[in-house]
Design a protein around this ligand. Structure first.
Ligand code: UTP
Length: 224
């Protein structure tokens, strides 16, 4: 399969150390012979810290996004470093370059592209661009719940949800640099448009990347 994997910065750079980069590099290594893989890495807390400084300097939202994009690309560079020869050595800054770099038969790792969305949207656009079979969105929760699982112990995890239903959930969320929480609207619109199956799963456990392919974990977004 051709798979686009998005890894939230809140997972991969959570501890400010190399461990998750290494763990993900090992799992990606085990998948690279069976699948063509593209990875999109998020910015995490470092991106939010830099964005806050830019906002205090009255940089304007688009410039704040731009700062966030730079941090996602730094995280992409770290994952490329961890992957060694398994990864194409440069971070593509747009989808054309991502496609071009993929002809090397190596894993392509990128961060953000342009302002006004998150790396979830980058993953969804990239998937449409390269005609992927599957998007795996690794985030810091198990999937989509009917209410906040941190506040409500009886919150129920959806195993499946349509893209249209997800749009309803996201319609009242903020659209500001650093705050494209959980899933942004552009991402879900792109999933609906492209018809590409998407699975959201908990990326705090890198082995979930294998579990997503072998079992039924997380929330599957049905593109309708
Ligand atoms: P993300 O919000 O995608 O990273 O990018 P994240 O922190 O990994 O998200 P989680 O972990 O899934 O919550 C960080 C910031 O960079 C800017 C946005 O401001 C975003 O909030 N960004 C990123 C863009 O403007 N465009 C992009 O293509 C990517």
């Amino acid at each position: 399969m051709k798979i686009v994997i998005t890894i939230g910065g809140s997972i991969i750079i959570k501890e400010y150390d190399h461990q998750k980069f290494k763990a993900y590099a090992e799992i990606l290594d085990s998948l690279k012979d069976q699948h063509e893989i593209f990875v999109v890495v998020g910015g995490g807390q470092p991106a939010r810290d830099y964005i806050n400084i830019a906002r205090d300097l009255h940089g304007g939202e688009a410039n704040c996004d731009d700062i966030g994009i730079d941090v996602t690309r730094l995280n992409a560079k770290l994952l490329i470093m961890a992957l060694g020869d398994n990864a194409y050595p440069c971070v593509p800054e747009n989808f054309h370059h991502a496609l071009e770099y993929s002809t090397s038969d190596r894993i392509v790792v990128m961060g953000g592209t342009e302002p006004a969305h998150s790396t979830d949207a980058v993953g969804a656009i990239l998937a449409e661009f390269v005609k992927a079979d599957l998007i795996i969105n690794l985030t810091s929760v198990d999937g989509l719940y009917d209410k906040d699982p941190n506040k409500y112990p009886d919150a129920k995890l959806y195993t499946e949800v349509t893209a249209s239903k997800m749009m309803e959930f996201l319609s009242d969320k903020e659209v500001k640099a650093g705050t494209y929480e959980f899933f942004d609207m552009t991402a879900i619109q792109m999933i609906k448009r492209s018809g590409i199956k998407t699975i959201i799963a908990n990326g705090n456990y890198p082995e979930n990347l294998l579990n997503v392919l072998n079992d039924k974990i997380g929330t599957t977004i049905i593109p309708e």
